[in-house]
Every structure is written in C-alpha cells, then in structure tokens.
Design a protein around this ligand. Structure first.
Ligand SMILES: [Zn+2]
Length: 244
C-alpha cells in the first residue's frame, strides 16, 4: 500500500535518471528529506516545469510505500523559485553548500521543523542580500550544527566541566569552550570577540543578526574556520566508523 502525501518542501538537488526522468532530493517540512522520482521531468513540456531546480520551494504531492525511501512525485507546484540566486556563482555555491550540509547532518526521512525553517529563511535572506553571504553562512552553519546536536556545548567549560556564562569563558575551540580559570596559562590571548559573536548568533533571529554591525570580516573568517573544523571532525569520525 502506498501513502499519498501533500506537504511543502525545498529542493536540495536533482539528477537525471534517463533522457526523460529525474530524481529530486527534497527536504519536506513534515517528512524530512525524501528522494522523489519525477517521471518525464526532463521532457520539454513536463508538468514539473522548473519546479525541481535546486533551492525552489514547492507545494508537493507524492506517493510513497512504507519503508521505501524513494517516492513517486505527482505534482510539484512552485511557491518561490530563487532562480536569481542560482545565477550568481557565489550565492549558488553557498546555497549548494548549505543543502549538502543538511544532507550530511540530517538523516533521511527525519522531520525537523527548525532545520527546515533555518534553511528556507537563510535561502530567502541570501536571495535578498547576496552581499551578506559570509555572515549568513556563518549563522546558518552554527545553527545547523547546534540544531543537529553537533555544535559543542558553550555553557560548560570543556576542562573543568563547570557551567559558566559565556562572559566567564576565554576560548572557543572546535571541541568546546574553555573558561578563564582553566585558561590561566594562555593569559593575554583570548577569544572574547569570538565568544561575544557566538552569543549574538545563538540569541538572535537571522533578520536581527544580519544588521548587527558587531561582526567584522576577520571575526566571520575565524568563526567559519572553527566551524569547518567541527564539520571535518564529524565527517571524519563518521567515515572511520563506517570503514571499521
Ligand atoms: Zn574551566
């Protein structure tokens, strides 16, 4: 028995299956990431039109069998396209990177309303303000890691394990924060600006954050580097487990 599903989704990527068909990987609001077979989607007069292009927000109808990961797409009506975003190389690369990260960090068919809203809001903001790309990417990555449980705790010192306020912390590393008491040996150098930035990111909605002038390019670069390190570690650990 197949189930008929109607929901909202955002296309993460698509690939051709034959001369006439496509598979679209879609992040749906209620059912998480699905892979949808779109019969005839590559034909000129397809009912899917351009609705299965990456970053497109669609109103979706599909059929899926129990325990089956591949759905059969019946309709995908375009709600918002973001084609302009796809035509700017840097914005396109950034949005593609976000979609890849969602695929990496969120298991298939696991719904997550907060990650769904984070991705949709970030893509909408990126389309409106392509110049804020670095800043938005920093916000997106930190929140994605946080919502999927991969961002280290910033409320507990990773050395003394005590709960402290962000103001009492001195360092932010890829594996957690270190408080001022534990960081005595490194007196003089610390991450106060990064920690304040983190505090602003985790306490503001993206619209407020984007107009916050506290962030310099240098701070964003440093934050992005630490996040890349967290991502690299998670992926490496996952593949080591897979290989062993
Ligand atoms: Zn400590």
């Amino acid at each position: 028995m197949s189930k008929y599903i109607q929901t909202e989704g955002i296309v993460l990527r698509n690939y051709s299956l034959s001369d006439s068909d496509k598979i679209a990987v879609i992040f749906t609001r209620e059912y998480g990431i699905i892979r949808g077979y779109a019969n005839g989607a590559r034909k000129l007069k397809s009912k899917f039109g351009s609705s299965l292009e990456p970053f497109t927000i669609v109103s979706l109808q599909y059929r899926i069998k129990e325990h089956n990961e591949l759905a059969r797409l019946e309709r995908a009506e375009l709600t918002a396209s973001h084609f302009a975003l796809a035509s700017e190389r840097e914005s396109f690369e950034t949005a593609t990177y976000w979609c890849e990260l969602v695929l990496e960090f969120l298991p298939v068919m696991m719904s997550d309303e907060r990650v769904f809203r984070l991705l949709i809001n970030s893509i909408k903001l990126l389309a409106r303000q392509p110049k804020a790309e670095n800043k938005l990417s920093c916000y997106f990555v930190i929140w994605l890691l946080k919502l999927t449980g991969f961002f280290p705790s910033i409320t507990y010192c990773r050395i003394c394990k005590k709960r402290k306020s962000l103001k009492e912390m001195a360092f932010f590393t890829f594996s957690g924060v270190i408080c001022s008491d534990c960081a005595v040996e490194n007196k003089g150098v610390n991450d106060k600006v990064l920690l304040e930035s983190l505090h602003r990111i985790v306490t503001s909605p993206p619209e407020t954050f984007i107009s916050d002038t506290y962030f310099t390019e240098e701070t964003l670069l440093l934050l992005n580097r630490r996040c890349e390190r967290i991502i690299k570690n998670v992926i490496e650990e996952r593949y080591q487990k897979f290989a062993s």
